[in-house]
Design a protein around this ligand. Structure first.
Ligand code: ADP
Ligand code: MG
Length: 693
C-alpha cells in the first residue's frame, strides 16, 4: 500500500474528520486544503469551565449561557412568520432565546434532550432577559465526559456544518499538518517583537490550553497579517521619491520647560506618545501621525508638547478644532499654558468681526503669533502662515477627510501633521493600514478618574431624573442637558434647545442658574456662557450637540441626554465624555423611549461599557456591513485575525519591523528575509488594494 506523505496541500476531503460528503461545505468557506483549514481561525473562544449563571447575565453585554430548554413556542403574530421562542433554564434563572424567520429551529429545539449552550447579546425583554438569534450548540456528550476542562474555539460556519465537526477537523489538521508550516519570520524580528513561532501560534489558535496562549497566538497571526501589508507599502514607498519635510531641531531643555508649565505630571502613556512625536519631528520625512486616545485621556496636553517643540525650533504651530466652541476652549487653555513663556496664542474664527479677523491674520502672516488655534475651515482657507511647521487636527472624525494638500499650500515646506481622535472613522483606519498614518495610542487615563455611572430611563421617568439631578446640584455639582439633533436645520435645533431651556429654568430647576448654548449664538456670546459655566456661575447648561467634543469642565458631573435614541453610539460616547473629568463620581442619564431594536442595543451598550474600543466596535457592528470598511472585512485587505480597532499597537509594531526590513533589504532577497515573501503571496495582483496617491 502506498503511503502518501502528508502535505499542507492535501485536499480537504482527506483531512481526518471531514470526508467527501462534508468537503463541499468547507469549500463554501473557502477551505479546500489542509492548510486552508489551519488558517480558518476561530471567531472567538469560550471558557466553559467558568460560564456565569443566567442570574448574573446583564442586558447590553454578550454572554454565553448553558442550560436546558424547558419550553419551545412559535406563534404567528400580525401575519408575519412566527418568531421561535425557547426558554433556557440553568437552575439559577431563565432566559428567553428568540429566533426570527427561522421556523425550523423550533423542531430542532424540541428534539434536544441534553443541555445546550447559547451565545449572543443579552437584552431586557418584557418578562425576562432575552437573547435574539443567538449562536447555539447542543452539548457534545464526549466533551461533557472531559468535564469541560478546556477552552472551546468557536468557528464561523455555513449552513449544514456543525460547530463540533469543524472543531474536531481543525484539531485533527493541527495534529497532522501544523508542523509542516515553515516559519516566515526571521529570528531577530520574532525576538524583537516577542513573537512565538508560527506553528505554535496556529496550534494554539485551534487547541488553546489557556486564554493567555490565545492572546500570544493571536498577536503573532495578526502581526503577520499586518506585516505583509506593511512590507508591500514600504517597498513601494522605498521605490518612490519622498518629499522632504522639516527636520526640527529640538532644544535640550524642552522636557524641563514642559515640566515647568504643565499643571500635572504626564501619564506614562502621554510621555510615550510625546516621545514618539518628538522623534518623528526630528526626522527629515514629514510626520503623519494619528494619536488615538479615548475621551478624557489627555490628548490636549500631548498636542501642547508637540506645539512647544515646533515653536522652540523656530516654527509656527496650528491647532484645528471641529467647532468654534472647542477652538475657543483650546485657545484659552493654551494661552494659560504658554503665555508665561512669552508665546503668543492667536485665535482665528469664521465669525470674528472683519477688523478683528484681519488683525489676527496679520499676526499669523507676520509670524508674530507662534501658535494659532481655529476651526478647520478658517485655517485652511484664509491664512498664509509665515512659517508653519506643525498642524494638529483635533477630533477629526467630525471633519471627515483630512486635506493635507490644502495645508501644503500654506508654506513652502511640508508641515508635520498630527491627527488626534477618540474613535477613528473607517477612513482613518484604512489610512493607518496603508501606511499613510503612523499611530500612537494613549491607553491610560489620568489618575483619579472614576467610572461614570450610566443609566437609561424612559421618558416617563423624566421628572424623577430631574429630581435626582437637583440633589446633585444641591451638593455643588453642575449638570449638562443635551438635546438632540432632530433635523439638519440649525434653526429647529436651536428651537429645541430654547424650549428645553425654558422648560427647565421655569420648571424643575427654577431655583438654579440655567444657561443656554447653541450653534446660532455669536462666538462672543458662546464664550460668555461657557466661561460662566466653567466658573460655576451657572449650575445647569442646556445645549445642543455643540458641546459634543472636547469641552472640559471637571466640576460638571451630570450629563443628561434627552431623546438619547436619536444619537449614534460614538456620538453618545463623546457626549458622555464631557463628565467624569474630575475626582467626583459622575453620572450620565440617557432619556429615551427606544422604539427600534437597534436603538435599544445602543442604549444597552452605553449602560454596559465605557470602553471606547468596545463602543467603536459595537458601533461598526450595529451600523451594519455597509459601514464595515474599517474592521476586519476591509475590502481586500484580507485580515482574518487582525482587527483594526483593537490591534493598532500590533499594527504599529509590524510597521516598525517592515520599515527596518525594507531599509536594509528592499527586495527581500537576503537569506533570512527570503521566506517573508511567502507572506506576500497573492497580495501583489495589480496593487488593487493599494491606495491611490
Ligand atoms: P481628551 O483626550 O478627551 O482631549 P483632554 O485633553 O481634554 O482629553 O483632557 C481631559 C482632562 O484631563 C483635562 O481636564 C486635562 O487637564 C486632564 N489631564 C490630562 N492629562 C492629565 C494628567 N497627566 N494628569 C492629570 N490630569 C490630566
Ligand atoms: Mg480633546
Amino acid at each position: 500500500m502506498a503511503v502518501i506523505a502528508p502535505s499542507l496541500q492535501t485536499e480537504i476531503q482527506f483531512v481526518k474528520g471531514v470526508g467527501p460528503k462534508m468537503a463541499p461545505l468547507y469549500g463554501k468557506l473557502g477551505i479546500t486544503t489542509a492548510q486552508d483549514l489551519l488558517f480558518h481561525f476561530p471567531r472567538r473562544y469560550e471558557d466553559r469551565r467558568h460560564l456565569p449563571p443566567i442570574r448574573e447575565a446583564r442586558a447590553g453585554t454578550h454572554a454565553t449561557v448553558r442550560g436546558r430548554i424547558v419550553h419551545v413556542e412559535s406563534r404567528p403574530s400580525r401575519g408575519r412568520a412566527a418568531p421561535v421562542k425557547a426558554i433556557l433554564n440553568d437552575g439559577s434563572g431563565q432566559m428567553v432565546l428568540v429566533w426570527f424567520n427561522q421556523p425550523w429551529i423550533a423542531k430542532k429545539l424540541r428534539e434536544v434532550t441534553g443541555e445546550v449552550i447559547a451565545y449572543g447579546l443579552v437584552k431586557d425583554g418584557s418578562h425576562a432577559l432575552e437573547m435574539h438569534s443567538p449562536e447555539f450548540e447542543v452539548i457534545d456528550p464526549d466533551d461533557e465526559a472531559e468535564g469541560f476542562t478546556r477552552i472551546f474555539p468557536v468557528y464561523g460556519l455555513t449552513e449544514g456544518l456543525m460547530q463540533r465537526s469543524v472543531r474536531r477537523a481543525a484539531a485533527n489538521a493541527v495534529e497532522n499538518y501544523v508542523d509542516l508550516l515553515s516559519e516566515p519570520l526571521p529570528l531577530n524580528v520574532r525576538k524583537e517583537n516577542k513573537l512565538p513561532g508560527l506553528a505554535w501560534a496556529v496550534r494554539r489558535m485551534h487547541v488553546p490550553e489557556n486564554l493567555d496562549d490565545v492572546g500570544h497566538a493571536r498577536r503573532r497571526i495578526a502581526f503577520d497579517e499586518f506585516l505583509a501589508i506593511q512590507l508591500l507599502v514600504q517597498m513601494r514607498r522605498a521605490a518612490t521619491q519622498q518629499e522632504p519635510g522639516i527636520k526640527f531641531d529640538l532644544p535640550k531643555d524642552l522636557k524641563d520647560e514642559i515640566k515647568q508649565i504643565m499643571p500635572f505630571e504626564l501619564t506614562g502613556a502621554q510621555q510615550r506618545v510625546v516621545k514618539e512625536i518628538w522623534s518623528d519631528m526630528q526626522k527629515t520625512a514629514p510626520m503623519n501621525r494619528l494619536v488615538q486616545g479615548d475621551v478624557g485621556s489627555g490628548k490636549t496636553a500631548v498636542a501642547a508638547c508637540a506645539m512647544l517643540a515646533a515653536v522652540r525650533s523656530g516654527y509656527q504651530a496650528a491647532l484645528m478644532a471641529p467647532t468654534e466652541i472647542l477652538a475657543e476652549q483650546h485657545a484659552m487653555n493654551l494661552s494659560r499654558l504658554f503665555e508665561p513663556l512669552g508665546l503668543q496664542v492667536q485665535l482665528l474664527l469664521g465669525k470674528q468681526k472683519a477688523k478683528e479677523k484681519q488683525k489676527a491674520i496679520e499676526q499669523i502672516e507676520s509670524g508674530q503669533a507662534q501658535i494659532v488655534v481655529g476651526t478647520h475651515a478658517v485655517i485652511q482657507e484664509d491664512v498664509n502662515f509665515a512659517k508653519l511647521g506643525l498642524a494638529i487636527i483635533d477630533e477629526q472624525h467630525r471633519f471627515g477627510v483630512l486635506q493635507r494638500l490644502a495645508l501644503r499650500q500654506k508654506s513652502d515646506v511640508i508641515p508635520d501633521v498630527l491627527v488626534m481622535t477618540a474613535t477613528p472613522i473607517p477612513r482613518t483606519l484604512s489610512m493607518t493600514v496603508y501606511g499613510d498614518l503612523d499611530v500612537s495610542v494613549i491607553d491610560e487615563m489620568p489618575p483619579g478618574r472614576r467610572p461614570i455611572k450610566t443609566h437609561w430611563k424612559a421618558a416617563s421617568a423624566r421628572e424623577a431624573v430631574y429630581e435626582t439631578v437637583g440633589k446633585l446640584l444641591q451638593e455643588g455639582r453642575q449638570a449638562y442637558f443635551v438635546c438632540p439633533m432632530i433635523t439638519e436645520s440649525e434653526k429647529l435645533q436651536t428651537q429645541a434647545a430654547v424650549d428645553l431651556h425654558y422648560r427647565l429654568s421655569e420648571g424643575a430647576f427654577r431655583d438654579y442658574r440655567v444657561g443656554l448654548l447653541h450653534g446660532q449664538m455669536k462666538p462672543a456670546e458662546k464664550e460668555v456662557v461657557m466661561e460662566s459655566f466653567r466658573s460655576h456661575e451657572l449650575d445647569v447648561l442646556v445645549s445642543t450637540v455643540v458641546i459634543e467634543v472636547g469641552v472640559d469642565v471637571p466640576n460638571a458631573t451630570v450629563m443628561v441626554i434627552e431623546d438619547a435614541n436619536r444619537f449614534g453610539l460614538s456620538q453618545l460616547h463623546q457626549i458622555r465624555g464631557r463628565v467624569g473629568r474630575g475626582d467626583q463620581q459622575s453620572f450620565c442619564i440617557l432619556i429615551a423611549d427606544a422604539t427600534t431594536d437597534e436603538a435599544r442595543d445602543r442604549m444597552e451598550v452605553m449602560v454596559a461599557t465605557q470602553d471606547g474600543f468596545r463602543i467603536a466596535e459595537e458601533d461598526l457592528r450595529l451600523r451594519g456591513p455597509g459601514d464595515m470598511l474599517g474592521t476586519r472585512q476591509s475590502g481586500n485587505l484580507d485580515l482574518r485575525v487582525a482587527d483594526l480597532i483593537r490591534d493598532l499597537r500590533i499594527l504599529e509594531d509590524a510597521k516598525q519591523a517592515a520599515f527596518k526590513i525594507v531599509a536594509s533589504d528592499p527586495d527581500l532577497s537576503s537569506a533570512e528575509n527570503i521566506r517573508l515573501r511567502s507572506l506576500l503571496k497573492g497580495k501583489h495582483e495589480g496593487d488593487a488594494w493599494l491606495p491611490v496617491t
